[in-house]
Design a protein around this ligand. Sequence first.
Ligand SMILES: Cc1cc2nc3c(=O)[nH]c(=O)nc-3n(C[C@H](O)[C@H](O)[C@H](O)COP(=O)(O)OP(=O)(O)OC[C@H]3O[C@@H](n4cnc5c(N)ncnc54)[C@H](O)[C@@H]3O)c2cc1C
Length: 257
Amino acid sequence: MKAPSFAYAKPRSLAEALELLERPGAKILAGGQSLIPSLNLRLSAPELLVDITGLPGLSRIEAKNGAVRVGALCTHAMVERSPEIRDHLPLLAEAMPYIAHPAIRNRGTLGGSLALADPAAELPACAVALDAVLVIASKKGERRVRAFDFFKGLFETDLKPGDILVGAEFPKAEKSAFLELTRRHGDYAIVGLAAATKQKERRVALFGFSDRPVLIKPGSLDDAKASLPAPAADLYHSAATKLHLAKVLLERAWNRL
Ligand SMILES: Cc1cc2nc3c(=O)[nH]c(=O)nc-3n(C[C@H](O)[C@H](O)[C@H](O)COP(=O)(O)OP(=O)(O)OC[C@H]3O[C@@H](n4cnc5c(N)ncnc54)[C@H](O)[C@@H]3O)c2cc1C
């Protein structure tokens, strides 16, 4: 199938992009790795695609004041190869190779993945585990939302029509662990785990487990297992299987934390 017809605009400034997004049926296009397949399957029919990949300043990775700010247009490949990410956010560096394949990682963006909020995706869970703050621009100005509050449900976020996610600030973590179970490398997770420790606080986010990343803040491994909520089954795996696999991942992660 082919995508339905749509108009296309490539703004060169944030102000121009925000203006274009006011038009009826407008939708943001970033790396296109999720949006274009969904258009081709006719799951969505926007009237105007606003291609934000020409916006300046959104492809930077900067470490300062105990955090690393990653621009929304940074591709998964840029995050994977960044020395700042490797040094300060090893969780993200470790997670990136699990996202699809190199061709997709070369185009898919951090902002696109967070905005899409696929419950089996790696980046939303990393953002929740690291207690990231997401930075959102709109015509009313800029607002900042903690990752835990940003993910509202299945493919649902705090983004309102006309909003552009411009970046995310990830506080540096002392220790981290990333684990994922898939049938083939590059597939979305059956169940995955992103965990970070800072000042003795452990934050574990499970993905592929519920309609959004599930955050637990356990003291001990037994606490962690006991505090798991009931998972949601997917097309291939029952809730009981997911619960079992989440416990296996917790055990594997524990020593590393
Ligand atoms: C075969 C295949 C396998 C994949 N496997 C995985 C996987 O294992 N794990 C995984 O996490 N992902 C996977 N993906 C998805 C990939 O990571 C996508 O790139 C990513 O989810 C979306 O990023 P994008 O930049 O391509 O966004 P797009 O496809 O351009 O946009 C996705 C959605 O986000 C919105 N959007 C994009 N950017 C912004 C922004 N800055 N502000 C507000 N809204 C925005 C768009 O309007 C659209 O609704 C896979 C994709 C394919 C095709």
